[in-house]
Ligand binder design. Structure first.
Ligand SMILES: Cc1cc2nc3c(=O)[nH]c(=O)nc-3n(C[C@H](O)[C@H](O)[C@H](O)COP(=O)(O)O)c2cc1C
Length: 189
């Protein structure tokens, strides 16, 4: 699959098999991610790879958070949170470094880390893996950030869920029809 085919056929796919993804495949995704452009070469991305029991511990953190935030909620609400990380065999959490010197801007670090996320999604697709970028309340949850080793003021920009597709093989996905660029583009000649 070439780059353009990957770009045009990639889509968010949440329905994945529980089968584990080999470590070398996950490493390939991370390696693709870090090919992204980044200003001042600060490499502002941080990855936390959750598999197996790591996802279960993440689920416990989400359940605990739910219990603290919504003490009146039924236990089933906590159970729902606990099960979220089990939706895929691999989750890669992506955090962003805060700038360490004045010339480095946080927005640019976030842009670079987001570019890394897109590289990762495209690489997953090209390797036959389904992936879905998620954030939701979880990405702003201080307890989850702490569990992942991120500082409270550090941005957690993605929880990318990855696994082998349950439905169509990735290679059979057709070009996705999305709104075009025309109404979002001004040409200045
Ligand atoms: C920053 C960001 C956060 C996202 N968060 C969520 C999320 O919390 N839940 C979700 O279902 N999808 C989330 N998505 C995925 C989008 O919903 C998805 O990309 C969009 O529906 C377009 O679908 P496509 O990826 O198949 O083109 C997120 C995407 C981005 C870029």
């Amino acid at each position: 699959m070439d780059a353009l085919e990957a770009i045009f056929t990639r889509q968010s796919v949440a329905d994945v098999k529980p089968d584990p993804v080999p470590r070398e495949v996950i490493e390939k995704l991370l390696s693709a991610a870090v090919q992204a452009p980044n200003h001042y070469k600060v490499r502002p991305w941080r990855f936390v790879v959750l598999t197996g029991a790591g996802r279960e511990r993440m689920g416990d953190v989400l359940a605990q958070s739910c219990a603290v935030k919504f003490p009146q909620a039924p236990v089933s609400a906590q159970d729902k949170e606990r099960s979220k990380p089990l939706r895929a065999p691999v989750i890669i959490a992506i955090g962003v470094d805060k700038p360490a010197e004045p010339k480095v801007l946080e927005i640019e670090n976030i842009c670079a880390a987001a570019a890394a996320c897109q590289n990762l999604l495209l690489a997953a697709h090209a390797l036959g893996l389904a992936a879905k970028w998620r954030t939701g309340e979880e990405a702003r949850d201080p307890r989850l950030k702490e569990f992942l080793g991120f500082a409270p003021d550090q941005q957690l920009i993605a929880l990318i869920y990855i696994g082998y597709p349950q439905g169509f093989p990735q290679a059979e996905l057709k070009t996705v029809t999305r709104p075009g660029f025309e109404d979002r583009t001004v040409w200045m000649g």
